[in-house]
Every structure is written in C-alpha cells, then in structure tokens.
Write a protein that binds this ligand. Structure first.
Ligand code: NAD
Ligand code: UDP
Length: 319
C-alpha cells in the first residue's frame, strides 16, 4: 500500500511511518511541525519508499499519485497549559486539525477510494463515570471546559468519520488511543512521562499535579503501533480502544519512575497546576481489541520505562 500518514513528524506518527515501511509499504508523511520535529523522521529520509510533504492538514490536501490508505494522526496531544506545545495553548489549531483536518483527510480517502484510520483518544470519554471505559460508553465532557478544544474536536472527528462511512461508504476505522509513552515524545510538551523521567534524571523532585490519586494506564509505543497496524488491516468500522489496562495512580507512577532511575529527590505536590476536568481515572477495557484484533499489550511498565530513559538521556545530553 501507499499510505498517507498525517502527524508523521510527531511521537506516534514517526513510529507508524517506521512500522509501515518495515512492512514493505510506501509512506507519504505529512506534518507542519507545530508540535513535531523533523528529527523524528531523519532516519527515514534516505528510504526510497518514504516521501514527506510539509503541510497544514487544516488546508485542502493534494497528494500526487495513488493513495491506498490514509491515517490521520495530526493534532497537538498534550493537555498541559504550562507548555506552549499543549493543546490548551494551541486551541484553534487543535480544533481545526480535528475538524477541518479530518474533513480534508476523509476527502483524500474518498477521492482515492482509500481505506481510512482516525487517531481518536480516550479523552472522548472525558472525566469518565464508567470504569474501565468500554467503547459503548458515551463520555462525560464539558463542551466549553479547558480540555474541550481537544475532546470535542476528536468527538466531531469520530462523528464525521462515521458519517463518511455510512453516507459515502468509505472504509473507515477509529482507534481510541489511551496514554502511550516511549522514545520520540517531545521533551517539553508537559505530558507526565517526559516530565517525570527528565525530573528524575536531573535529580529533582517529581511534580505531581494535585494529590496524585488520579489514575492512568500507560501503554508502550510498540504495543500501541502493533494494535493500530492490526486495526488498519481489519474490517472493523466502529471504535476500538487500544491501550494497556494496567492502571496505577500518578503517585504510584512517580514512585516507580524514581525507583527505576534511582532518584532520591522524591516528589512535590503542585495542586494549582492540575487542569480543570483532569480525569480522576482512566483505564481501557480492551475486550474488543482482544477479540477483533487478537491483540494484547506485551511490554510491562518497568520494561517500557527502561526502554524510554536512554532516549531522554540522549536528548538531555547525558549519554
Ligand atoms: P505529537 O504532538 O507528538 O504528534 C502530533 C503531530 O501532528 C506533530 O508532529 C504535529 O506537528 C502534527 N500536527 C499537528 N497539527 C497539524 C496540522 N494542522 N497539520 C499538520 N501536522 C500537524 O503527538 P502524539 O502523541 O504523537 O499524538 C498523535 C495523535 O495521536 C494525535 O492525533 C493524538 O490526538 C493521538 N493520541 C495520542 C495519545 C498519546 O498518548 N500519545 C493518546 C491519545 C490520542
Ligand atoms: N501530571 C502530573 N505532573 C506532571 C504532568 C502531569 O502530575 O508534571 C498529571 C496530570 O495532572 C494528569 C496525569 O499526570 O493527571 C497525566 O497527564 P498527561 O499530561 O500525561 O496526560 P492526560 O492523561 O491527562 O491526557
């Protein structure tokens, strides 16, 4: 297949490009570098099956030649308002990437009769009142809350993707991605994994926003990419959760990071940095992914963090 991947210069997009090339496909990466970096693609630029187009997906997309699949991953993804790269500080771009970007990429899929995969998110469940979250749960979102620029754009994107499937018969897929981490995460986008690992490597206390009782379930990037690749090859049109169901509190997560890295500086609580509607708990129900895709995450948190630390050491000039 010749596959268009938007958000290619980002964390997940770059791993996806790599995986598709490894599988023998050709890849057209598209990105405007708003939160991503050309460094994430530097190792692919000499591959004759890789092309790159610098473009904002909110504008009409033209791709020369045949496209067999479109994977729409372009969007800021960090909720942290303390970072200029968090979606709270890129609100209009975030809504446009989710709304206009989804419309434009669906337009490419329709014109090309290509299959389509939308990167959606656990954030469409909002601050969930059902736990763990199944795909049948409708969510608990505030349409004008601080996170709404992301949540509502992704909810619109899911609705539009489903409308293109029902009305135009486009061969669509929707993956609801839960917290994923690994090499090539942006150092300064304020997500908890880069923050904690870098604080621990500097020997500083880890900054917990609030008491740290809120929970998350972290998936290593290779597991996520495997699930997404299986979904791309499947015929499933309704949303599928992909994530690691091992849930822990942010306090437990901080202690785990300090233990793995050997940081003696402990933790510090920063209640004022906790974002409005920060979900109290998040854990994917992956029954559908197991049944439909025969997929199960394989990398433990300990193993995944140990695979991620050397990347941040290099980025920080420590290795
Ligand atoms: P990222 O910020 O590393 O990558 C996003 C990429 O999209 C960046 O390279 C950015 O420059 C690009 N981009 C943003 N707006 C664009 C636009 N208008 N035109 C062209 N390119 C644009 O984030 P990520 O973690 O790799 O997330 C990728 C996708 O996965 C996003 O759609 C995000 O919503 C989704 N997702 C990620 C996670 C996660 O845990 N990493 C969880 C849920 C959903
Ligand atoms: N968080 C934290 N300290 C940080 C960054 C984040 O305690 O330095 C918390 C944040 O409030 C949230 C959780 O960690 O409860 C996960 O945050 P992240 O930004 O990674 O993404 P989210 O899961 O909220 O989308």
């Amino acid at each position: 297949m010749r596959v268009l991947i938007t958000g290619a210069a980002g964390f997940l997009g770059s791993h996806l490009c790599e995986r598709l090339l490894q599988e023998g496909h050709s890849v057209i990466g598209m990105d405007n570098f708003v939160t991503g970096s050309p460094d994430n693609l530097a190792h692919l630029t000499n591959n004759p099956r890789f092309e790159f187009i610098r473009h904002d997906v909110s504008n009409f997309i033209f791709v020369p030649g045949k496209v067999d699949a479109v994977m729409h991953f372009a969007s800021p993804a960090s909720p942290n308002p303390a970072s200029p790269f968090g979606y709270v500080n890129l609100p209009i771009q975030t809504m446009k990437a989710g709304a206009l970007g989804t419309h434009n990429t669906l337009g490419v899929a329709r014109a090309q009769n290509a299959r389509y995969l939308l990167a959606s998110t656990s954030e469409i469940y909002g601050d969930p009142e059902e736990h763990p979250q199944k795909e049948t749960y409708w969510g608990h979102c505030d349409p004008t809350g601080i996170r709404s620029v992301y949540d509502e754009a992704k909810r619109f994107a899911e609705a539009l993707t489903t409308a293109y499937h029902r009305y135009h018969g486009i061969d669509t897929r929707i993956v609801r991605i839960f917290n994923t981490y690994g090499p090539r995460m942006r150092q300064d986008d304020g997500r908890v994994v880069p923050n904690f690992i870098q604080q621990a490597l500097r020997g500083e206390p880890l900054t917990i926003y609030g008491e740290g009782k809120q929970t998350r379930s972290f998936c290593f990037v290779s597991d996520l990419i495997e699930g997404i690749y299986r979904l791309l090859l499947s015929d499933e049109h309704m949303p599928v959760n992909i994530g690691n169901p091992s849930e822990l509190s942010i306090l437990e997560f901080a202690r785990t990071i300090n233990e793995i890295i050997g940081n003696k500086a402990g933790i510090t609580h920063m209640p004022t940095l906790r974002v409005q509607h920060d979900p109290e708990m998040r854990q994917p129900d992956i029954t559908r992914a197991k049944e439909i895709l025969k997929w199960n995450p394989e990398v433990s948190l300990d193993e995944g963090i140990r695979k991620t630390v050397p990347y941040f050491q290099r980025k920080m000039g420590l290795a």
